[in-house]
Design a protein around this ligand. Structure first.
Ligand code: 47J
Length: 330
């Protein structure tokens, strides 16, 4: 089997991407945020209080003839950005881009935090991290990818995110039309359940490449890139008027400032993030102060290669044993 579905930016700064999925019988279509940085599949549902729903599509298990409650199972998750949700669990038919799993655990939200209520274009998350991270108790559940893996032509999914355009999540195959040159594969450390890999270094603009190991996670659910402070300060030293603002929670700069590109290494390969991706967004609509797409990871305890970096590459998440991650130009 294989599957292929669109990854559509939810706003004009690519803060997140959503992908259509269908759940149950007859099929209910929701737009989910595919997140390689977590492993819960949760949805806005008929169990979510109306006061917490602001236009999101919901999954109603009682309208699905194939839904079954997973008795006594609950879940609760908090993400790196402080957002959170919790609830109960059903199993039901679940399809992504023509690829179906018969008894997928679908975690129905009974409570979502305000940032989820405000994100009206996201109807839930589909975790693509390792199933060890799943929060369902007393028995943790498998991700859609882990459930589908055995039936896939190849145990992989690929990510092709684009700036202000629809990209693709492919399951079970590697589409040669989506990348150029070779795919550079590097090892993945599955502790603690993320797609953790080590980059071989970085360069700022046309500067020299600094060879150093930068271990971090490939996270489609995070908008920006978060790297060690020394690297980030080296970058913004090249940006006139840049400052690390406690008020705005990170590096900001005059939107009119020229921004260098940022290049990162994967093995011998080099990937360059265009300046436009790093001039992430005005701090408020119409403001002449812009927030950077590259920020310091010092407060996180982990380095994160989020969408700003993933948009610059075609990435293969190889779920073989042992797992690896592959990066190619496009
Ligand atoms: C909702 C959500 C998902 C992620 C990345 N795993 N973050 C930081 N927030």
């Amino acid at each position: 089997d294989t599957g292929s579905a669109a990854a559509v930016p939810i706003d004009d700064v690519d803060i997140a991407y959503v992908t259509p999925v269908t759940i149950g019988t007859p099929p209910q279509t929701l737009q989910l945020d595919f997140d390689t940085g977590s492993s819960d599949l949760w949805v806005f549902s008929s169990h979510t209080p109306a006061s917490q729903v602001r236009g999101q599509e919901i999954y109603s298990p009682n309208k699905s003839s194939t839904a079954k409650l997973l008795e006594g199972h609950t879940w609760s998750i908090t993400y790196g950005d402080g957002s959170a949700s919790r609830g109960n669990v059903y199993v039901d038919n679940f399809t992504v881009g023509g690829l179906s799993v018969a008894q997928q655990a679908v975690q129905t939200a009974q409570q979502v935090s305000s940032s989820f209520t405000s994100e009206t274009n996201i109807d839930g998350l589909l975790g693509l991290g390792f199933s060890t991270l799943n929060t369902v108790s007393p028995k943790s559940q498998l991700t859609f990818f882990d459930n589908a893996k055995a039936s896939l032509d190849s145990p992989v999914f690929t990510v092709d995110l684009k700036a202000q355009a629809a990209g693709t999540y492919d399951f079970g195959f590697i589409d040669k039309a989506k990348y150029t040159g070779e795919i550079t594969y590097v090892p993945v450390n599955t502790n603690p359940g993320y797609w953790t890999f080590t980059s071989s270094g970085y360069a700022v603009g046309s500067g020299s490449f600094s060879s150093q190991s930068i271990t971090g996670i490939a996270d489609t659910g995070t908008s920006l890139v978060y790297l060690p402070t020394a690297i980030v300060t080296a970058y913004y030293r090249q940006v006139s008027g840049a400052t690390n603002s406690r008020n705005y929670g990170g590096y900001v700069f005059p939107c009119s400032s020229a921004l260098p590109t940022f290049t990162f290494g994967v093995g011998d390969a080099r990937f360059t993030i265009p300046s436009s991706y790093i001039s992430y967004s005005p701090i408020a609509p119409g403001s002449s102060t812009c927030f950077g797409g590259l920020q310091s990871s010092s407060g996180l305890g982990i380095n994160i290669w989020g969408d700003v970096a993933l948009k610059a590459a075609f990435v293969v998440f190889n779920g073989a044993n042992p797992p690896t991650i592959g990066w190619a130009k496009k």
